[in-house]
Design a protein around this ligand. Structure first.
Ligand code: 4NP
Length: 175
């Protein structure tokens, strides 16, 4: 985790990115936000998600993903898909992408090669990775959505722990 932009001058800005912004990255945003709230750190973080494509802009989360999230106590009800913008490279501190295509597409927008250290594969933070990409569940069956949830849950937890250490954040005792 790059510390060059550490020390919460204002907020720590985190953005999760996938292709459509209706399945994987909204889930990562929702799960991470819930963990941040439970740790009493909601004021410290700005949390967003986006897609590299414009295919679903303005749409809610995929109902299969939203139902899976709901079963695990995470609401994606207020989600509206947005597209990743070049300006996000400057405005966010940490950009966590779901797969290698997302990594390519985000870095392609970094035309002056300035922001590469902010952009990482989300699963670099997976404590038990079997690979480094979050599989795209869109064209598959229900098991794919549950599998994505399990990956996102443990990876988001470890990501938060890494950020707490990196930024020396104080966590509420009862969280
Ligand atoms: P996501 O999943 O990138 O996790 O939101 C997808 C959503 C839509 C499509 C592909 C993947 N699509 O082909 O429309």
């Amino acid at each position: 985790m790059d510390k060059s932009n550490s020390k919460p001058k204002d907020k720590i800005r985190i953005q999760f990115v996938c292709l459509g912004n209706i399945c994987r990255s909204p889930l990562a945003e929702g799960v991470f936000r819930k963990k941040v709230e439970e740790a009493g750190l909601a004021d410290i973080f700005e949390i967003r998600s986006s897609g590299t494509s414009d295919w679903h802009v303005g749409e809610g989360a995929d109902t299969r993903m939203a139902e899976t999230a709901e079963r695990h106590g995470v609401s994606l009800k207020n989600h509206a898909a947005r597209q990743f913008r070049k300006e996000d490279l400057e405005q966010f501190d940490h950009i966590l992408v779901m797969d290698k295509d997302n990594l390519n597409d985000v870095l392609y927008l970094d035309t002056e090669d300035r922001y590469g250290s902010k952009v990482r594969l989300f699963r670099e933070f997976d404590p038990s990775p079997d690979c480094f990409q979050v599989p795209d569940p869109y064209y598959g069956g229900p098991d794919g959505f549950e599998n994505v949830y399990l990956i996102v849950e443990r990876t988001a937890e470890n990501l938060l722990q890494v950020l707490i250490r990196t930024y020396n954040l104080e966590v509420e005792q009862n969280s």
